[in-house]
Design a protein around this ligand. Structure first.
Ligand code: NCD
Length: 324
């Protein structure tokens, strides 16, 4: 029933983290361990080896306080494909609406016996707070506009598969930078791998403060277009905005949307990615989204592999720490 995966090798001595809270804290070596193990799971997936027993007996809970399609399903499938059981907690129908705190909710779920919690919350730092208060592995699936480490990893894995080494490559992250956890996780991860990052969008959504992170900023997609090897097209996060950052969606897409004409002006092998959900006709036209230079659905397959690697690594570290 289960497949073997000898290519995964021994558990890496230098992986010591039972939580994955962000890419900012990771060393380059840890980042490479994650990417290399994810690649093993991705190759196996492509070869039809998709079900393993590494996490048999493990229960994972997805604790999502915000909407999700890809991330939640991907984590659930990743846990199941590693032989774990997975339970979904839905905030809107829980006792949170009766006033229970997030920490109390997590402690109650832990008391039922679970080894990992995959957490998405609109407040930055909630996964970090839970990591201090429970004994299971906490995996950040997006905390406000702070980080979304597994999205950053799957974006980087996709770039690495298409471009080889990211050393010296230029990656443009375009769109609603101000409200994007994906932009932050991309920037932290890519810089550790030697890539140059440019964040690009309207001046209301891109602050010069990014320079302090060693990231270039730009307010013109046309200006950066000839220089970039990859464009990561982010969604406008209307749900996190209190005022309108640009006059109209039409104007935004004229200035910052990726279309066939812009694709012709970019490098001939320019790679276009997007974390999803995509708004067709806003950040990308359908021709670009579905065209040969887009890796959007490939990113989704890589997401599953990344989450399998994250669950496997954090579970191994947790067992080592708790058995020591
Ligand atoms: C992103 C998110 O939720 O941060 N989506 C995702 O996880 N695939 C980006 C977005 O919602 O635009």
């Amino acid at each position: 029933m289960f497949n073997e995966l000898p290519e995964l090798g021994e558990f890496p001595e230098n992986w010591k983290r039972m939580h994955l809270l962000g890419l900012e804290d990771l060393t380059r070596e840890e980042l490479l361990i994650l990417l290399d193990k994810a690649q093993v799971f991705r190759t196996a997936f492509d070869e039809g080896r998709r079900k393993f027993s590494f996490l048999s007996g493990h229960t994972s809970v997805t604790l999502f306080f915000e909407n999700s399609t890809r991330t939640r399903t991907s984590f659930s499938l990743a846990a199941q494909r590693l032989g774990a059981s997975c339970v979904a907690f839905t905030a809107s129908t829980s006792s949170l609406s009766k006033g229970e705190s997030v920490v109390d909710t997590a402690k109650n779920l832990e008391a039922m016996g679970c080894e990992s919690m995959v957490v998405r919350h609109s407040t930055p730092g909630i996964p970090h707070l839970l990591a201090e208060n429970v004994n299971c592995s906490i995996i950040n699936a997006g905390d406000g506009a702070h980080e979304h480490p597994t999205q950053g990893l799957l974006d980087i894995l996709t770039m690495r598969q298409r471009l080889g080494s990211l050393e010296g490559k230029t990656v443009g992250v375009v769109g609603d930078i101000a409200h994007s956890r994906v932009a932050r996780s991309n920037a932290w991860g890519l810089k550790k791998l030697g890539a140059h990052v440019i964040v690009c969008g309207p001046s209301t959504l891109v602050s010069p403060v990014w320079k302090e992170m060693g990231v270039e900023f730009s307010h013109s997609l046309d200006a950066i277009l000839p220089r970039v090897d990859v464009l990561n097209m982010l969604r406008i996060q209307f749900e996190r905005q209190y005022t309108s950052p640009f006059p109209s969606t039409r104007e935004y897409s004229l200035l910052f949307g990726m279309n066939s004409e812009r694709l012709r002006r970019g490098k001939s092998d320019l790679l276009v990615i997007a974390p999803g959900p995509i708004n067709r006709g806003v950040e990308l036209t359908p021709e670009v989204a579905d065209g040969p230079q887009s890796a959007i659905l490939d990113q989704v397959s890589n997401g599953l592999a990344v989450r399998m690697a994250v669950l496997w690594l954090t579970d191994g570290a947790r067992k080592r720490i708790q058995n020591a």
